[in-house]
Design a protein around this ligand. Structure first.
Ligand SMILES: Nc1ncnc2c1ncn2[C@@H]1O[C@H](COP(=O)(O)OP(=O)(O)OP(=O)(O)O)[C@@H](O)[C@H]1O
Ligand SMILES: [Mg+2]
Length: 211
């Protein structure tokens, strides 16, 4: 709902994404991809309908339970820059794990270092977001999304502003986590070659699934 009235960004979508699979969401700009991701990711409540993720009917959870569910089970890479500017990259990546206090800080920081290094940022651990490139910020955001070993990674055009080689490298990392750890990967992309590698393609047009 906005001041200008109701906008149905997504309507009548019925969709099953198999656990552990790689699903690609495609569709033109404005077709509802980010809106759908926000509903699946527990960020934007649908006005009607149900979303079940990893066995939980997420929109029936209390606010606190939903926040905890998002923190522990879901990883997000947003379409736009989302790092906290006053924290170093390493702190940005560690933050979601520091918040739930399930592991000692030393262990969390070791894992954050490992993730950033895997994504080619081992030399920039202490840099602030403004001191690295947009692509490097993206890779830090991906590391942050993986720090709590989520069951589902929601990635909204995570490589859209990057060169082709970097895109391939980042996708290789995401697909390795999908394959090796059984993490469900839901990827919004405009890259059809990439989408064709998915186990499942969801094509949206005007907020609905095209079959
Ligand atoms: N907060 C909002 N208020 C009003 N309308 C919105 C809002 N967010 C999205 N919309 C509208 O909902 C529709 C779907 O938007 P959405 O961001 O989901 O598209 P998208 O498929 O992710 O597009 P893109 O490829 O450009 O990222 C668009 O028509 C958009 O204008
Ligand atoms: Mg979008």
């Amino acid at each position: 709902m906005t001041e200008r009235g109701r906008v149905d960004a997504v309507r009548g979508v019925s969709l099953d994404i198999v656990a552990g699979c790689f699903a690609a969401i495609i569709g033109r700009s404005g077709s509802g991809k980010s809106s759908l991701m926000a509903m699946v990711g527990g960020l934007s409540r649908p006005s009607a309908g149900r979303v079940t993720v990893d066995g939980s009917d997420i929109w029936t959870l209390s606010e606190n339970a939903l926040a905890d569910f998002r923190n522990r089970r879901l990883g997000y890479v947003f379409q736009f820059a989302s790092l906290l500017p006053t924290l170093r990259l390493i702190d940005n990546v560690a933050l979601p794990a520091m918040l739930n206090r399930r592991r000692p800080a030393v262990e969390i920081y070791a894992r954050a270092t490992e993730l950033l290094s895997q994504l080619g940022l081992g030399d920039h651990l202490d840099a602030y977001p403004s001191e690295v490139s947009a692509g490097e910020q993206r890779r830090a955001a991906i590391s942050r999304a993986l720090i709590n070993d989520p069951s589902v990674l929601l990635a909204d055009e995570p490589t859209s502003d990057l060169d082709e080689q970097t895109e391939i490298e980042i996708m290789d990392e995401l697909l390795a986590v999908n394959r090796d750890r059984g993490m469900t990967l839901i990827l919004v992309t405009h890259n059809l070659t990439l989408a064709e590698q998915a186990d499942q393609i969801v094509h949206l047009a005007d907020g609905a699934v095209v079959t």
